[in-house]
Ligand binder design. Structure first.
Ligand code: NAD
Length: 271
């Protein structure tokens, strides 16, 4: 079966709509940039200063010559996620590429972990992906094309102390990825997860500051002795590298890759 995409060689995602959750910052913004560069119409989502978000939206549209929209759904709320997918259907005709990227982190020993933080992490890092997939999948199946990519983590494959909710949510999202891949396998809808190690973003910057305070050590030492300790190549991955992989997974060449958890972790999970 050949793909019925309206793609052209230089802009392979021309005619596609990509919705990237949590794309006002970090990895999500890098992914939105990569997909816009390939010609996709973009629906941004995420929290932040409204003026800054509007400036980002206009900037992506202008630099890449694509339409770019924004929906401010708070992904901790199931109804808001459904409204965001409905918005994409009404405004730009659906979602061809769904990137579940939004995520938060909180670090504490399990016996001290605040229950409200657990609930928030499970809602945003795991349940929002379920609600988005649930709402977007039927139209993808009908159309005979869909790409679902969830930004999980190396912590979807292995654990680390003090990250009980995050590790549980990221392991959960890999299970969801496999099930959706199996259910959609005959419809040209693929569902995959990317498992980054450390990528330099505001989320990681916050962890560096917190750990430096907690351990009373300089930030450089947090980077080498704490964050990159388990990452054998001793470098942060970049948002551009993650964006490039999402763009590849969205292309016709990746049609047979589904149900996969792809590490981008400098060898961390090869230990
Ligand atoms: P980030 O903090 O820079 O960006 C997170 C994005 O999610 C922001 O746009 C934020 O507004 C959005 N967001 C947070 N809560 C939201 C909510 N309730 N509703 C809507 N949007 C919300 O973080 P990042 O480092 O770019 O992380 C992105 C994803 O990549 C996360 O799922 C994270 O777990 C995962 N990840 C990051 C790293 C890393 O090293 N940075 C490594 C592995 C996995």
């Amino acid at each position: 079966m050949t793909d019925v995409s309206p793609a052209s060689h230089d802009r392979p995602l021309n005619g596609r709509v990509a919705l990237v959750t949590g794309s006002t910052s970090g990895i999500g913004l890098g992914v939105a940039e990569a997909l816009a560069r390939e010609g996709a119409t973009i629906v941004l989502n995420g929290l932040g200063n409204p003026d800054a978000i509007e400036a980002t939206r206009k900037d992506i549209a202008r630099r890449h010559g694509v339409a770019a929209h924004y929906h401010g759904a708070d992904l901790s709320k199931a109804e808001a996620v459904a409204e965001m997918i409905a918005f994409a259907h009404e405004r730009v005709g659906g979602v061809d590429i769904l990137v579940n990227n939004a995520g938060i982190q909180f670090v504490a020993p399990v016996e001290e972990f605040p229950a409200a933080k657990w609930d928030a992490i499970i809602a945003i890092n795991l349940s929002s992906a379920f609600h988005a997939i649930r709402a977007a999948l039927p139209a993808m199946k009908t159309k005979g094309y869909g790409r679902i990519v969830t930004i999980a983590s190396a912590h979807g494959l292995v654990g680390s102390p003090f990250k009980s909710a995050y590790v549980a949510a990221k392991h959960g999202v890999l299970g969801l990825t496999k099930v959706v891949a199996l259910e959609a396998a005959e419809t040209n809808v693929t569902c995959n997860a990317i498992c980054p190690g450390y990528v330099w973003t505001p989320l990681v910057e916050k962890q560096i500051e917190e750990q430096a305070l907690a351990h009373k050590i300089p930030r450089e030492q947090v980077i080498t002795d704490v964050l990159l300790k388990a990452q054998p190549n001793k470098r942060f991955a970049t948002v551009e590298e993650i964006g490039a992989l999402v763009a590849f997974l969205s292309s016709p060449a990746a049609q047979s890759i589904t149900g996969a958890a792809l590490p981008v972790d400098g060898g961390w999970t090869a230990h």
